[in-house]
Ligand binder design. Structure first.
Ligand code: RB5
Length: 206
């Protein structure tokens, strides 16, 4: 189904709170220094994913704060309808929470390799991106349209997408997310050399 045909094609009011359970455990108290400890390196795969189109088996960690919660619920449903299996790390209501806490938890599971991609939603996507990019190994891009999301993958090898729940509606968010999930990085190109320089900064801490 194309985004233009889905029931969320227009920007609309929030979705009712999800009944889905919380994240993967590990809490939100650990810092980025705990990436190699605890359970974050455990392999994960939903059993039903094995029969899916291989392209849809990508592991996706999804999170939001209260401002992004309505869009998170809508985008989760739309991605599931497309055959993806995002894992929801919360938040799970409109009760105010601090976006850095969610961003850190999702960034950790992506940086550890437990999840291949992360999608974070706050009011603007900006606070989530700023926080996620503090984690070594994370290249998070805040995007409001599909072209930037596609380029964030093709040229920057972004592994996290940040979206503003107060900026885009669910139909556009799905188009952005699909561009992010379905575009490959241009390995072997000049862009790989440039991303290598970013990654070297992570290793040196400068
Ligand atoms: C919450 O009000 C808002 O500041 C937050 O969701 C986000 O937009 C921050 O970047």
């Amino acid at each position: 189904m194309h985004a233009s045909q889905n029931k969320y094609s227009c920007v609309g009011p929030g979705h009712p709170p999800s009944s889905q359970e919380g994240g993967l455990g590990g809490g939100r108290t650990g810092g980025f220094t705990s990436l190699s400890r605890g359970g974050y390196n455990m392999p994960w795969e939903e059993p039903e994913m094995t029969a899916q189109d291989p392209g849809k088996r990508i592991t996706i960690a999804l999170g939001s704060d209260h401002a992004g919660f309505p869009l998170k619920e809508q985008l989760k449903e739309l991605l599931e309808a497309e055959g993806y299996h995002p894992r929801d790390f919360g938040t799970f209501s409109l009760e105010p929470v601090d976006y850095p806490d969610i961003a850190r938890e999702v960034a950790e599971v992506v940086a550890s390799g437990r999840f291949e991609r992360g999608i974070l939603i706050c009011g603007t996507g900006i606070g989530m991106a700023i926080t996620a990019n503090k984690a070594p190994g994370i290249r998070a891009a805040a995007c409001s349209e599909p072209y930037s999301a596609r380029m964030a993958r093709a040229h920057n090898n972004a592994n996290m997408l940040c979206v503003g729940g107060r900026v885009v509606g669910p139909g556009l968010a799905l188009d952005i997310a699909k561009a992010f999930l379905e575009t490959e990085f241009e390995f072997g190109s000049r862009h790989e050399r440039r991303v290598d320089k970013i990654n070297a900064m992570d290793k040196k801490g400068t």
